[in-house]
Design a protein around this ligand. Sequence first.
Ligand SMILES: [Zn+2]
Ligand SMILES: [Zn+2]
Length: 341
Amino acid sequence: MRYFSLAALAAVSLAAAWPSCAGATKSSSVAQSQNTPAPTATRVHDTIPMIVFDSPYEQRAQVYRGQLHAHTTNSDGTQSPAAVMTAYRAAGYDFVAITDHNVHTSDPKVSGVLFIPGVENDHGCQHENRIDVGSIAPGARVSQDVIDRARSEGSFVQINHPDWPGSYPKNPCWSDKALLALHDYDAVEVWNASDDDTNNNAEIRIDTLLSEGRRTFLTAVDDCHDVRAAYCMTSSVYVFANALSKSEVMTGLRQGNFYASSGALISEILVDRGVITVTVPTPSQIEFIANCGRVVKNAPNVLGANYAANGSEKTIRMRVTAPNRRRAWTNPLYVVTKQTQ
Ligand SMILES: [Zn+2]
Ligand SMILES: [Zn+2]
């Protein structure tokens, strides 16, 4: 039920707030047909437009489950770094980024689970995670400075819980204007399990970014502060990679070859030019979502679904909802038109 209200809210509020979303649902197919010249027998040398997806997804041998946001006693967490790594290993996670507040936590060297160093930089309510970080926190007071520092170090950087401590559109930490002003980050948390139920889903914020031409990946995280809490060990990123090593996992993250999950699973994401096929291990709802949060295809209770781009979309992202209401979110695919002869 919540999904429908969110989608409807996104369509209404974005159309009002952002000119690029105005009229998106009614005019796109008409505009496409008007802008596409009719083929004629005499124009044999004309190029033919072909719609393809610019996709981050490539097939790899394995998929690895990871946590990109967790705290220890080095900041405001309850357990030691070793205890946190051990708990995540027991829950089936393959890798964990410890992201203490403004502190670089060292590898506690727990066997059987890959440690990735991280830092959560916080300044006021604006927090960013630097993953695969090589240094102590920069102490920056401006988010773009943190992002620029992460970029210069080759770290993966995500914008954390963009609505906390308020709830969008009422008093979110990040206004749409502030989020749109940022650049060169990798991801935004689409799901932060530690947040309360009113603002842990940031899909509307991400759809706004995509509709305004920004590019971002989507991550789902626990933001775990106590491994005994019910919200810990629920959310993950699943990275497609050939081996469980820091270099392989980070390559997958930086490329966007992963999906976010609050518990639902995706078996495969195949992209063949302008057609996306998603398969899942248990019958689930699979939705294809275009710019402005438009659901352009809704396949309920299926093991797989596909979607062919028609050229009216800027982006397509997929959302899977399992029968238990847990979800998975893919990264966006960008629609481009290639000219071929
Ligand atoms: Zn935070
Ligand atoms: Zn945190």
